[in-house]
Design a protein. Sequence first.
Lengths: 168, 339
Amino acid sequence: MNLFDIIFYFFAFITLASAGIVVFSRNIIYAAFSLLFTFFGVAGIYVLLNADFIAVAQLLIYVGGILVLLLFGVMLTNKVVSVDIKTGTLQTLPASLLAAMTAGSICGVFYATDWKIVQSVPDVSTTTHRLGEMFLTTYLLPFEVASLILLVALIGAAMIARRGKTIF
Amino acid sequence: MEQLLRNILDNDFFVYTAMAIVPLLWILPYALGVIWLERKVSAHMQDRLGPMRTGGWHGWAQTIADMMKLLQKEDIVPAAADKKLHTLAPYLMFIGAYAVYATIPFSSDYIGSDLNIGLFYIVAVSSITAVAILMSGWSSNNKWSLLGAMRSVAQIVSYEIPTILALLAVVMIAGTLNLQEINKMQTGWFWNWFVFQKFPFIFIAFIIYFVASLAETNRTPFDIPEAESEIVAGYITEYSGMKFAMFMLSEFVNMFAVSAIAATVFLGGWNSPFGEFMSGPVWGVFWFLSKGMFFVFIQMWLRWTLPRLRVDQLMYVSWKVLTPWAFACIVCVGLWMML
């Protein structure tokens, strides 16, 4: 067991343990904060897979953006001094069916895919350069469409927030 | 540095641990010194003397005495607080502050991790601080704490945008996110520093970065999260003893981190301003630290000069002043590079 394996199991443990808390915790705030460690662990595993840019983007977008938004949402719906929001178990049968189907399809993909195991890792020291080139050549259209959608969402959010004060 | 450690220790695990600990050797004495300095600077700017007695010469041991006092204090957790999160928050705060140091080059020979995406990593990892602040604010179960935390996170999230855009202007010239590479491009006399390139656009970007970084570290004039005349001490209201000290330490660690990034990206980092004069790995540490400390001093200077902004003014500065100017800088630098 070398250093790589130790680090992999460390991050895998962090991810699984905190994801467990997210799912099983009855306190919604604990669930929200545990997501931080889940995202962190997943980012660590991305780094081990030589996907450094994706790892850092994961931290920036999920921890810096989505998690903070989520926490704001949880906190604003829950008065600090009042009783905590607890999560309950509802609709056990449909939920377990759906979860089983999702898990089954993921496992199906996992086993059906012909994974290519490369013995010698290709040179991935310049992921950002290659990603940038790809974005502006092969994947220019999807990239631009995605950015346009984000811009529309941004303008829409600003519009909804301003409604009542303006001409609408 | 890494090679030297490898020769001595001969074990990957110990080498990486040693590499990770090196910035701590600077941070801890720095925090002691800079808290004393902050008091002296504030005192002299207000025509006072500041601490003069402890330790003899100009009260140099005042911070050490204060630290001893904090260590002995009772660790109070409010009865209605959420104990687990209340305990975890200060440490998470320090992790977020310290993680930034992983890719800051202290010298041409030392960088914690020579990441290809160093600058991007720094921007991303500092968002852990926002989560830690929210955690401390919520778990304290105190109105002031929660208000302070909300303000702080709103501020950090808004000011992240001009920060990133200002750094992006430099990244466009450098063509790399690796901080060691960015430093190497600025070797030579001080006019090679990025702050003087494509004049005056990068200079404007530098000013934008510096103003936004003040807000990111919750320093005055952007210290509304801790505005003592409005909300006691914001998210650190309910902390005492060593947990309070952790928040204090994180704040000063963050102060140096943003100063170090400003020095590295805009002002040549470990490069000597005078070409070959006093350059080399060891002198590099000296230049890097003095540039960093210079910005720390400017942060203190501003703190004791400028009044605090209101919340609406704060948002105005970020969204209507800094962000458009940062975009204009990027467009102008881009056009200049096309020509």
